[in-house]
Design a protein around this ligand. Structure first.
Ligand code: ADP
Length: 427
């Protein structure tokens, strides 16, 4: 930094079962290359030849089971090897899940019932920065490498890894997760909550979890292969109070039968007494990087930017204009169900947290993200998944026109839009 010459390419020799931890700065490129041996980044093997670009702001570990020599070219904020990793325990966990998948597949082949043919539904819980998303990625990539197609379910609306923040989503993982491109985005099933924390409207969060679960159950019932491969579910880092309640809710909603706890013992009593649920406590890796709330806020903002501009800033979003009349914007939640005058004397109006409210387009919407619903009618919005997102760049009240950017040029696939509290400011 500061105009200094970048460091020259350098080699690093790793002992078996050790890893090189690397933090990439926001603006300087880094690439790595395997010179000898084998190595993987969070479950995905490095190719035997060629340079692999590591995206800016990544914090990664390049792990080797049998030893490796790596070459790094570019700037890092830190790079150091470590032999203290929980990888052996993680891969043993993977092996147990693999056996359960095989058992489910065998049961399906013998015409077993839905219960027996259901593979593991693993839910990973623990505080923020305990390495939950990373563990999910490893379990998914290892499973995919063996030919399974597990479903990744991401309930983390704060730092989701499938699409922009404020969403809960699911997607099948058919091959090890790409080091550069991340989770594949061809067919994610996305439900839009619209805020980075569940406390704004926990009832809506629960309803959306249910809707996503319902859709997945429907898909699984017609697809023995995905059913046997099961799910890996990532959760929010909020593990107290309401966060805890929502976790128990998630375990129930997704019928999770394996709970992987990262450094956290609270769930044990609540869940372990139930039959058919295994709770496994796992070590956190010392390599997991702590991120403060400001950093997380920034990451959220980058995730939104990435959606429109691509990870490597290689996409050009399109700017479009619509008339106010051509779209309808709704907000989920808020408002009162019935006016006081319509209620029996003495009854208090109750806010219906899942009520749909039509929103007038105003300049307040500038810089916010709107989701495009697949719903055909407004009352289907809460039970429908979303097609994608637009970012409002201008609102002209006088001429009744809204300007937005979208990742592609084609017209909006639907006129029903969902408002959110997610903002992003183009720098
Ligand atoms: P959580 O999902 O629990 O909030 P993450 O899995 O996102 O935590 O991990 C936090 C950060 O630490 C991420 O940027 C991740 O890439 C990084 N990280 C995880 N494990 C390691 C490791 N062994 N070495 C270096 N960085 C790591």
């Amino acid at each position: 930094a500061g105009g200094a010459a970048p460091p020259p390419p350098r080699q690093c020799k790793l002992d078996p079962k050790s890893e090189l931890r690397v933090e990439v700065p926001p603006d300087a490129p880094l690439r790595v290359r395997l010179v000898a041996g084998t190595a993987e980044i969070f479950g995905t093997e490095l190719p035997p030849e060629g340079w692999v670009p590591i995206p800016p702001r990544s914090k990664i570990a390049i792990f080797t089971w049998h030893g490796a020599t790596l070459e790094l070219d570019g700037v890092t904020e830190s790079e150091y090897p470590s032999e203290e990793t929980p990888m052996v325990v993680y891969v043993n966990t993977h092996a147990i899940l693999d056996a359960r998948r095989a058992r489910a597949r065998a049961a399906a082949a013998q015409g077993g019932d839905l219960e027996a043919s259901q593979g593991p539904r693993v839910i990973v819980v623990g505080p923020t920065d305990s390495g939950k998303s990373t563990l999910c990625k490893m379990l998914l990539s290892w499973a995919a490498k063996l030919g399974w197609k597990p479903t990744y379910v991401d309930l983390d609306i704060g730092q989701g890894s499938i699409t922009i923040p404020g969403c809960i989503s699911a997607t099948p993982i058919e091959k090890p997760i790409d080091i550069v491109d991340g989770i594949p985005l061809e067919m994610p099933l996305v439900y839009f909550y619209g805020h980075p924390t569940p406390s704004i409207n926990p009832d809506v969060y629960k309803v959306l979890m249910k809707e996503l679960a319902k859709t997945l159950e429907r898909q699984f019932s017609g697809n023995a292969e995905s059913r046997a491969a099961g799910m890996v579910i990532n959760t929010m880092g909020w593990v107290e109070g309401l966060g805890y309640e929502l976790l128990l809710n998630a375990i129930e909603t997704y019928k999770a039968n394996v709970v992987l706890e990262k450094l956290w013992k609270m769930l044990k009593d609540a869940v372990q007494s139930k039959p058919n649920i295994d709770v496994v406590k796992l070590q956190k890796s010392e390599g997991v990087v702590l991120r403060n709330s400001k950093y997380r806020q920034k990451t959220r903002s980058f995730r939104i930017k990435e959606y429109f501009y691509g990870i490597a800033n290689d996409l050009a979003p399109h700017s479009n204009i619509v008339n106010f009349n051509d779209v309808s914007v709704y907000r989920i939640g808020g408002g009162h169900q019935a006016p006081r005058s319509a209620l029996p004397i003495g009854a208090e109006p109750v806010a219906d947290p899942t009520r749909l409210v039509a929103v007038n387009i105003s300049t307040d919407m500038i810089h916010t993200v709107l989701a495009i619903s697949y719903a055909k009618e407004p009352d289907e919005i809460i039970s429908s998944n979303v097609a994608g997102f637009i970012h409002v760049t201008d609102v002209d009240i006088q001429r009744k026109k809204l300007t937005y950017i979208a990742p592609c040029l084609r017209d909006l696939p639907s006129r029903l839009l969902i408002a959110s509290s997610l903002t992003w400011y183009e720098a």
